[in-house]
Design a binder for this molecule. Structure first.
Ligand code: 5IU
Length: 263
């Protein structure tokens, strides 16, 4: 099924959350729906990749807990890079515990994720408390942050059912979360509401998978067939010999696919 959508400029006007409007405006300005996942193990490598791909992405997705030489000052450097290249930071933390626990995981410990990540995600499995817990932190600190629900996964044999995905959609649309939930990490389009961003991981120009169950789809299929607003690309870019060139290839593929969905 082909999806006809509002343009990013139109979506920026229509959406309700400030962080979502910021994202759409970045996408419009930089002509990119590419998020790069920097799954590497040193601060230096993360910075090297961001310097190479920064102009071509709207989001940098991190796994802060896999960096072996992490120091708290690193998150300041991440924020400086986000400002220099105009992208949002998405910490792929996948919170999945009771509200009280995820609050601490979000704002405390050594990572203090709420201080620097524009976007985080949750597994909605525990129920609405996992969202409310984080939302309370954001409210208390007066921050502008967004939260994505993991409604589907790209990995083979994952336990998510159609009912679970639909229940995730209803949780995202609940009135009490409208100031915080900005969309989904998913594999298909769940709603046409431009306030709900669909980010699709498991994207590679050469489809296939890895030896641990990852299943890839192409940028074109992700955007046109699955209805992705954002394509999330990790190793497809980070393992390339020329990071910048490869990011440009994905940016172009994602953008051309987007253009086909708005006319
Ligand atoms: N990621 C997935 N699939 C999912 C979810 C998250 O691959 O369903 I939710 C993450 C894992 C990794 C990145 O950080 O997205 C994909 O990396 P590769 O493009 O290197 O496979």
């Amino acid at each position: 099924k082909k999806i006809i959508r509002p343009t990013w400029a139109e979506s920026a006007q229509k959406c309700k959350l400030q962080i979502t409007a910021r994202l759409y405006n970045i996408m419009h300005k930089k002509k990119t729906n590419l998020a790069v996942s920097v799954d590497v193990h040193s601060c230096r490598e993360v910075k090297k990749i961001i310097e190479a791909v920064g102009l071509h992405v709207c989001i940098v997705k991190t796994h802060i807990d896999i960096i072996e030489d992490f120091v708290p000052e690193f998150t300041k450097e991440l924020q400086d890079l986000a400002e220099k290249y105009n992208f949002l930071i998405f910490e792929d933390r996948k919170f999945a515990d009771i509200g009280n626990t995820v609050q601490s995981q979000y704002s405390r410990g050594i990572y203090k994720i709420s201080d620097w990540a524009d976007i985080v995600n949750v597994h909605p499995l525990p129920g609405k408390g996992v969202i409310s817990g984080l939302q309370q932190v954001v409210k208390d600190k007066g921050l502008k942050r967004g939260c994505l629900l993991v409604a589907e996964m790209s990995s083979a044999g994952n336990l998510i059912t159609k009912d679970y995905t639909q229940a995730s959609l209803r949780l995202a649309e609940a009135d009490e979360h409208k100031d915080f939930v900005m969309g989904f990490v998913c594999q298909s389009r769940l709603t046409e509401d431009p306030s709900m961003i669909h980010m699709v991981p498991g994207v590679k120009l050469s489809s296939g998978g890895d030896n641990l169950g990852q299943q890839y789809t192409t940028p074109e299929e992700a955007v046109i067939k699955r209805g992705a607003d954002i394509i999330i690309v990790g190793r497809g870019i980070t393992e390339a010999d020329n990071l910048k060139e490869e990011a440009e290839r994905y940016q172009k593929a994602g953008y051309e696919a987007y253009l086909k969905t708005v006319s």
